[in-house]
Design a protein around this ligand. Structure first.
Ligand code: SF4
Length: 72
C-alpha cells in the first residue's frame, strides 16, 4: 500500500502552508495553490514525509487535505 495525499480543490483557498510543510511533495503556483511535484493528482507520500503530511492535514484551515492508503 502507498499513502497518498488528496487535495480537495473545491475547498483549498491557497494559503500554501501545506507546501511549506511538505516542500519535497508540493510546490506552489503563482497564486499560492499547492502543486504536486510528481504531477500525480494524489501524490504518494514518502515514509519520511508522513509525519509532516499528517501535520499538514491537521493544520489546513479549510480541511482540504486528506491522507489515504491505496495499492502501490
Ligand atoms: S493548507 Fe489547505 S487551504 Fe492551504 S494551500 Fe494547502 S490545501 Fe490549500
Amino acid at each position: 500500500m502507498t499513502t497518498r495525499l488528496h487535495i480537495d480543490w473545491t475547498r483549498c483557498d491557497g494559503h500554501g502552508s501545506c507546501a511549506e510543510l511538505l516542500p519535497d511533495l508540493l510546490g506552489v503556483d503563482d497564486f499560492g495553490f499547492p502543486v504536486p511535484r510528481s504531477g500525480d493528482r494524489d501524490p504518494a507520500v514518502a515514509r519520511r514525509d508522513q509525519d509532516a503530511a499528517r501535520h499538514a492535514v491537521r493544520n489546513c484551515p479549510v480541511m482540504a487535505l486528506r491522507l489515504f492508503d491505496a495499492p502501490a
